[in-house]
Design a protein around this ligand. Sequence first.
Ligand code: ATP
Ligand code: MG
Length: 454
Amino acid sequence: MSLITKAIKGTQDTLPENSGELRFVESTLADIARNYGFREIRTPVFEHTELFDRSVGDTTDVVQKEMYTFNDKGGRSITLRPEGTAGAVRAFLEHGLFNEPSPYKVFYQTSCYRYEKPQAGRLREFHQFGVECFGTGDASEDAEIIALADEIFSFLGVKGLELRLNSIGCPECRKDYQKALYDYFKSHEDELCETCQDRLERNPMRILDCKGESSELLDNAPVVLDYLCDDCKEHFEKVQKYLKAMDISYTIDPRIVRGLDYYTKTVFEFVSTDIGAQATVCGGGRYDGLCSELGGKDIPALGFGMGMERLMLTLAAQGVELPKEQPPELYIATAGEAASLKAAAIVHNLRAQGVYCLTDTVGRSIKAQMKFANKVHADFVAVIGVNELNSGTVNLKYMPTGEQQVITLQQLEDEFDSIAIQKSVANLTDSMDAEDLKGVDLSGIIRGNMGGNH
Ligand code: ATP
Ligand code: MG
């Protein structure tokens, strides 16, 4: 295949056959986030490189190895966002959103770019659903965002994700920990990879997050929880108290330090056992120092990022059925130009009523049109030819059962919508007991069943 018709390594297309499921998941996530007080923010796909150097941290894998950085034609260093938090924080500060009622909560669904080795669950262009909350240092909010992620998974029917929780303390208590880590890794310096030998001097905690080091070396390293100051210890206990109050189970995993520099206190991951090595579906935590690090006020903040591709992989691996895109409700086949003109007017009118309907725009034979209607699984089919134009009536066929009814062309245009609704109610009630239907609000069911168009 020539280069021109091949997507860049580590990128992928979402085709229409899958986009319906993805759109369902995206809108579900947005709805759930809204219930927790998060509103959508959209920020540019590229930012000044310095923003990521400063916020993600220049000793991280992301900044050292993975960023898509280039000079634009004006000679500025630009980077495609490798994650969503930095842009959200930049926008929060730039627009003075700290003057709004606090806490200020945003969510986003964006593409991210990292130059990594592509494999299952690891892409160079991937998508994050993320939330950020500004303006509270209280542990109850840490528990709330964890509850939000947890609710997303349970609403979608994802089972068996493990919530792993840790605290990495504040800059104060981290000093002693960094020292202990430094001493430990210094005595194993010859075992460290080249990048980590450099990190040893600059930020030994980053070594814990390196995928190149042996797990034995990392497992025996000092544990951050042993070094927490009283304030951080209390905060961590309070997070757990709130999680218990909401009946959210977790395990404490002192190995979690998260890949980005800006985290303080609470860090957490939701890990899947179903999708192989790239198992972290969602990761997040508190980043109390970031706003001031970027030159803003000292505002506590926290958030998480959820990998959409890994979420979709987990759903697929667990066989979770998501609603498919609805098929067309009606296909009008036509013979001859006069019929085609009539059909064009009818579908134009029906679409204005919110009906998903199609007619031939290729000039195919009736037989080929019927074949097409079958392939796209149209619910109803009507054929308009000279006879129908003369009589002003048409045969409307309900494809799943083959039932037919003769109606006028005017009825097709004015009443198809309610005919389709009646049919779908009849189908539903057939499959339910009369007893089950007592007191049920059918209008809601019908709307759901008909793809929300009515
Ligand atoms: P990993 O340890 O897998 O490299 P990370 O610590 O680099 O993850 P974060 O920066 O915390 O990941 O990003 C949040 C989430 O975004 C991850 O938990 C994951 O679900 C997703 N993610 C990160 N990098 C990629 C990638 N290259 N491809 C697909 N999803 C990714
Ligand atoms: Mg990574």
